[in-house]
Design a binder for this molecule. Structure first.
Ligand SMILES: Cc1ncc(COP(=O)(O)O)c(C=O)c1O
Length: 438
């Protein structure tokens, strides 16, 4: 095949079975509010907010206008030793949404960059305050923290790690919290499993607290199949990290901006970390952007009191890019004016009842939910992990619904503008498709 006779050949698609896709391509060509349009002209209901990202719905006019206006006025401004007003404005707006004290904002271009930035800030902070032996980073099994070397090192997904060598050294992992035997069909936070946070004490005892810089977890693990934190678990992690002067990082790339019914999972779950990573919903995914919210003491530990000059040798050509900043401001305006975080909270009960109505359907072995997110776990086919869910994904898409699957788990995370009728349609369709797929 040459490039001329195969227009799909050149694009090496990310996290995609390229050969399978290119044999049976499915493409999206437009989007508006709750729907995509496929290249064969069908409307596809978006059950995943794109990729946990388009929280305000697609192609919102005010975001489009903000991007267009900024592109014509200030296409780009270098962020090193120079500023532009939109980045400062967005930083202040984001800071105001964060838990009290996390009001210093470092801009990146993605969730992966946010994670690596947060890990680097944690290391730089420990060194700056005279704790330079604290170089270890602790992640968690089944954690997804993006695809940078830092993120896959602390992350806990073997397929994301095994192709890439030895990764960062000095990393350890907490056990994951998923346990169907104890928690099947839990609504919201599972009752069992808070004690799993005590494993952090064992890790601290093994390595010595003076070697550990930070612990990073997703407050609700998304990408490995929607794992809400057991009751008391995050509180315990906070207690143990505080006790040993270890920084706590919440990776809120998917849980931020309304997904759980508040600006952050930290706020909703009542646990305040030292750093929060974000991306996705920050700009409604209209322009790539990520950020790290940093607590004042961590920021000041690095920025205040050091020698003159650059305080943190880190940043990106596109940190705080004008188009992304404009999109972010317009997005936060929509969240506020339409009360979308509150809307997510208000709809979450209806959502919970709807997703749990799939209990008893063919193949379903567990259902989990929080805010406007749900995981529906299917029994894997013998010797063919992930095949059943992939068939469900394709059949849903071909009949008008976009879902996400990971292994044999369906993950749902619709735009926060959805109506109850959309929920009914989504759950009805998934129920029908489960009956169709063997
Ligand atoms: C918790 C979490 N962290 C980091 C990332 C990586 O974000 P990105 O794909 O923008 O690099 C993701 C992406 O889904 C995520 O869910």
């Amino acid at each position: 095949m040459t490039l001329a006779n195969d227009p799909l050949a050149a694009f090496w698609m990310p996290f995609t079975a390229n050969r399978a896709f290119k044999a049976h391509p499915r493409q999206l060509i437009a989007a508006k509010d709750m729907h995509y349009t496929s290249d064969d002209g069908r409307k596809i209901l978006d059950g995943t907010a794109g990729l946990w990202a388009v929280n305000a719905g697609h192609c919102r006019a005010s975001i489009v206008e903000a991007i267009q206006k900024t592109a014509a006025e200030l296409d780009y401004a270098p962020p090193f030793q120079l500023g532009h007003p939109l980045a400062f404005e967005l930083a202040s707006r984001v800071a105001a949404l964060m838990p009290e004290g996390l009001d210093r904002i470092f801009f990146t271009n993605s969730g992966s960059e946010s994670v690596d930035t947060a890990l680097k800030i944690a290391l730089a902070y420990q060194r700056a305050i005279g704790q330079g032996t604290r170089t270890r980073l602790i992640g968690r099994e089944r954690g997804y923290n993006g695809v940078g070397f830092g993120g896959i090192s602390v992350g806990g997904i073997v397929n994301n790690r095994r192709q890439f060598g030895t990764l960062l050294t000095g990393v350890d992992h907490l056990p994951h919290t998923h346990d169907i035997a104890h928690n099947a069909f839990s609504r919201g936070q599972p009752a069992w499993g808070g004690h799993l946070a005590d494993n952090l004490e064992a890790i601290v005892a093994l390595h010595g607290p003076e070697t550990i810089a930070a612990v990073i977890v997703e407050p609700l693990a998304g990408s490995t199949g929607v794992l809400p934190p057991p009751a008391g678990y995050l509180q315990k992690l906070r207690e143990i990290t505080t006790k040993h002067s270890i920084l706590l990082i919440f990776d809120e790339v998917i849980t931020g901006f309304g997904r759980l019914g508040g600006a952050t999972a930290a706020e909703v779950l009542g646990v305040t970390p030292d750093l929060i990573t974000m991306a996705k919903g920050l700009t409604n995914a209209a322009v790539p952007m990520g950020a790290v919210a940093v607590s004042r003491h961590v920021h000041d530990g690095i920025v205040e009191g050091g020698p003159d000059g650059i305080e943190l040798f880190h940043g990106y050509t596109y940190s705080g890019h004008p188009l992304a900043a404009a999109a972010g401001i317009a997005t936060l305006d929509i969240y506020k004016s339409e009360g979308l975080f509150e809307r997510a909270a208000a709809l979450s009960g209806y959502w919970e009842d709807a997703v749990h109505s799939l209990k008893g359907k063919r193949h379903v072995i567990d259902i989990r939910n929080m805010g406007l997110v749900a995981g529906i776990e299917l029994e894997p086919r013998a010797g063919a992990i992930g095949k059943r869910a992939m068939e469900v994904f394709h059949t849903c898409f071909d009949t008008g619904l976009l879902i996400r699957v990971t292994g044999d788990i369906i993950a749902l995370s619709p735009p926060l503008i959805l109506e109850k009728a959309h929920i009914d349609e989504m759950i009805g369709r998934i129920g029908d498709v489960l009956e169709m797929v063997d």
